[in-house]
Design a protein. Structure first.
Length: 808
């Protein structure tokens, strides 16, 4: 029997192996196997059995590494689609999807063989005897290196060979338990049957040994509590052959992550009419078990999450599984809490990159065994092997964090839609500011449109004011807070409310330049200017690790005429402190937030221990704080000045989302947007919170310029560490592209570039890009492939990015 397998290597090829007879019962699609590869061995994933037996000289699978398959047939179809669509090797896709081990170590285990019971002891050497005794004590087998502790390696391998030949024992390779499930295993101490009474023990050793002997086997942690037991005494006993160690699986831990319950979990509001209608439509859709996509377009605070919950409840009652996706870890945790509060009697898996690998693996296997019916997570949760998926919720579907920008460059939302297709599930995309593409599909009725046009309980949307700022550089003498914003802040604080100030730029000053020679101090590894961080007195690059002391004089002309300008959140915080010395000010950006810290800041905000929170993008999303009644947007222009056809869309979403943080409680909220372009249509539409007119203007522009959704883009990212060699390679490539594009299927494809990326150098790598724009994705795929294959230069690396989001 042959199987097709995928290795975790960058190739589109799959690899065929023979399944030896003794492994026939064990080999299954979805399991990992150990295979010979090149001169060594490698882990491969079984895809399917092959019927073609005409192949010769095929190597044999050495061993099966998983007890149970890690995914099912539908999942494999999905992984294959991802590989093809995102132009990424199938093996790489699969190993990206599977829960990761810290390091994959494979170890050799020794187990009883088929003639184990009928051993003729007289035939055995002393070592073979020892080995059999060891194995007999452990029905699960023992690790080879455990046996090494009682006899020399050479003797051991002789013994293994002999016993294996006589089928008294057999060998098996397994994933290292430590790396797969650290935390799930613990160390035990056991007495051996083999202790040699000739070797004398010291008193201490004797006491310890007797203690162990009374139990025969005991967890090391328990032993340590019972008696005095130092590593050196243990070591001595071990070396004398009295005891040995074993890793045993702990009593099964609950595999779900501990989720504190929402404080107000007990009261679930009855749905209002719009919510009830939306739930009704979703229920109708999944009841038909046919794939469909729906957009739940609900303004901020309209109660979308309640709709998800009600729909999920129906699915669960009907025996189906539900997958919830959120764009960021903290949002996924928040969502998981709400889901948990709603489904108290059910196990919920929470999957994101900060969940420890062992726990992720446990959850994954529980999902695969169909013990878990609700999964919440970030984009990678889309790989979870759910068997009976009926409903997928993609919350904040417009959020660009769904796109992964390394390795497999997939979009979590789009992948979720395809997963829904393969599972016959209903996919609900939720947002207050749907992506243009999603909304476009509701216009052509490809997606069903569900609307929640009002905030719950008739709460009003915030009142938005645009404040015109003076053009020019903000240096220290010019305030970054406008007079209207300052007075609104005073009023808000006086009323006991909280304030959010949003600025999408961290650090203190964002530019250092010489007023004499105009030299701007920038990163040596990246073509971006360095940002001054006051707290650390350092200039930092926000793209790589580079940081340096702030210079007193210009490194080029030597004059002491350095001017600093531009504002980051650090400076904003300082300025707010100056105006409002009595207020408690918090800051949330990548400089102040690390992992759990973020939850702490949000909790402080919830408990009203912070009056004013200053922050970047991080503060804009999802959170529901009833006492925030003012949101200040310090500069709406930053995100507009990015060379990207989505800049307007992104800015509209950002402004609307930040604004939505205001007035979530009983009090109407207020928003102040500061800008140097007060008449720009994006800002006007954001002020009016008028998604539909924004959509109308923006979609016309896209149509005129034939940008997505009227076309598709594949971007080729070129990078090189050696500039001159790369430039040569690019010259050659240009000529090749000239030839390639003559194929008729490529006629209508627009090829832009190769040209320098907006950030020409990043982390020491020189960068260029080629954009391929066209209507037919399969033609774009093949053109991209042709160009990548045409590049023969080792100096130039080309990576495809299908449906790219970032063009920097
Ligand atoms: P969204 O996800 O649209 O921003 P949420 O679902 O988080 O909105 O709801 C916002 C707040 O309104 C939550 O505190 C929620 O409990 C409450 N809520 C939702 N639906 C209703 C309703 N029908 N009646 C009263 N309150 C509601
Ligand atoms: Zn840098």
């Amino acid at each position: 029997m042959l199987v097709e397998t995928a290795l975790n290597i960058p190739t589109d090829k799959t690899f065929t192996y023979v399944v030896p007879d003794h492994l026939l019962a064990e080999v299954k699609p979805g399991k990992r196997v150990l295979v010979p590869f090149g001169k060594s061995t490698s882990i491969s994933c079984v895809l399917n059995f092959l019927t073609d037996s005409s192949l010769h000289n095929i190597k044999h699978i050495i061993s099966v590494l998983d007890q149970h398959p890690l995914f099912g047939e539908n999942d494999l179809l999905f992984y294959r689609w991802l590989a093809k669509y995102y132009m990424h090797p199938l093996g790489k896709v699969i190993f990206e999807a599977l829960p990761k081990e810290k390091a994959t170590k494979i170890k050799r285990w020794l187990l009883p063989g088929i003639t184990f019971e009928q051993i003729n002891h007289a035939d055995l050497s002393r070592e073979e005897h020892l080995l059999i005794n060891l194995i007999a004590e452990n029905t699960d087998g023992i690790l080879q290196h455990q046996a090494q502790k009682v006899m020399p390696v050479k003797t051991l391998s002789e013994a293994i060979k002999n016993l294996q030949r006589r089928k008294i024992i057999r060998c098996e390779y397994r994933m290292d338990a430590d790396s797969q499930l650290s935390g799930q295993y613990e160390r035990w101490v056991k007495v051996t049957n083999l202790h040699d009474p000739d070797k004398s023990l010291t008193t201490k050793q004797h006491i310890l040994f007797n203690e162990i002997l009374s139990e025969r086997a005991i967890p090391l942690s328990v032993l340590k509590q019972k008696v005095h037991c130092t590593p050196s005494i243990l070591k001595a006993l071990h070396e004398k052959g009295y005891i040995w160690f074993e890793e045993r699986r702990k009593q099964r831990q609950p595999f779900t992550v501990s989720l504190p319950q929402e404080s107000n979990a007990s009261k679930f509001p009855p749905l209002n009419q719009e919510q009830a209608e939306a739930v009704q439509k979703i229920v109708e859709a999944f009841s038909s078990s046919r794939f469909s996509v729906m957009l739940l377009h609900g303004v901020t605070g309209s109660g979308k999450t309640e709709v998800y919950m009600a729909a999920a409840k129906k699915v669960i009652e009907s025996g189906g599984d539900v997958l919830f996706l959120a764009p960021e870890i903290s949002l996924s945790v928040q969502l998981a809490k709400r889901v948990n509060a709603r489904f108290l009697d059910m196990d919920i898996a929470l999957l994101h990159s900060e969940i420890p690998p062992a726990l992720r693996y446990e959850q994954w296997m529980a999902i695969q065994r169909e013990e878990i019916k609700i999964v919440v997570g970030t984009r990678s949760a889309v790989f979870a092997p759910m068997k009976n998926l009926k409903l997928i919720i993609v919350d904040e579907e417009h959020d660009e964090s769904y796109k992964q920008d390394e390795r497999l460059r997939y979009h979590g939302r789009d992948a979720a839609i395809m997963k829904g297709k393969f599972s016959g599930a209903t996919v609900v995309l939720g947002s207050a500011t749907p992506s243009l593409q999603t909304f476009f599909h509701t216009q052509s009725s490809r997606y069903t449109y569900l609307a929640l046009p009002y905030r719950v309980e008739n709460r009003s949307l915030p009142e938005v004011t645009i404040v015109s700022m003076e053009k020019g550089k903000s240096n220290d003498s010019i305030s970054v807070l406008s007079a209207p914003l300052i007075s609104a802040m005073s009023a808000s604080l006086a009323g006991g409310y909280q304030i959010l100030l949003f600025l999408n730029q961290r650090g203190f000053h964002t530019f250092f330049y010489c007023s004499d020679c105009r030299h701007t101090i920038s990163c040596p590894n990246c073509t971006v200017s360095l940002t001054y961080h006051k707290k650390t007195e350092m200039l930092r690059c926000h793209y790589c690790d580079h940081h340096e002391k702030t210079p007193l004089m210009c490194p080029v002309c030597g004059k002491e005429r350095i001017i600093r300008y531009g504002t980051g959140t650090e400076r904003l915080e300082a300025e707010v402190r100056r105006y409002f010395p009595d207020a408690i000010i918090g800051r949330m950006d990548r400089d102040t937030v690390t992992g759990k810290n973020r939850e702490k800041i949000l909790l402080a905000l919830e408990k009203r221990e912070i009056d004013i929170l200053v922050g970047t993008q991080m503060i804009t999303k999802g959170h529901d704080f009833p006492y925030i009644n003012l949101v200040g947007i310090i500069s709406a222009d930053l995100s507009l000045n990015i060379p990207d056809f989505r800049a307007a869309e992104r800015t509209f979403q950002l402004l609307t989302q930040v604004s939505g943080r205001s007035g979530r409680g009983d009090m109407p909220g207020q928003v102040i947007i500061q800008t140097v372009n007060p008449h720009y249509y994006v800002l006007q539409r954001a002020r009016d919170q008028d998604y539909h007119s924004f959509y109308q203007s923006e979609i016309k522009l896209r149509q005129t310029l034939i940008y997505p959704p009227f076309s598709r883009i594949v971007s080729l990212r070129l990078s090189a560490s050696h500039k001159i060699r790369a430039e040569k390679a690019i010259e050659t490539l240009k000529q090749d592209i000239g030839m390639i594009r003559k194929k008729t299927i490529y006629k209508t494809i627009e090829i832009i570039g190769p040209s320098h990326s907006p950030i020409e150098k990043l982390c020491g790598q020189y960068r260029w890009q080629i954009l391929l724009k066209g209507k037919d994705i399969s033609h774009l795929h093949s053109l991209a492939q042709d160009i990548i294959l045409a590049n023969k230069s080792k100096a130039l690396k080309i990576v495809p990015d299908v449906d790219p989001i970032r063009f920097m």
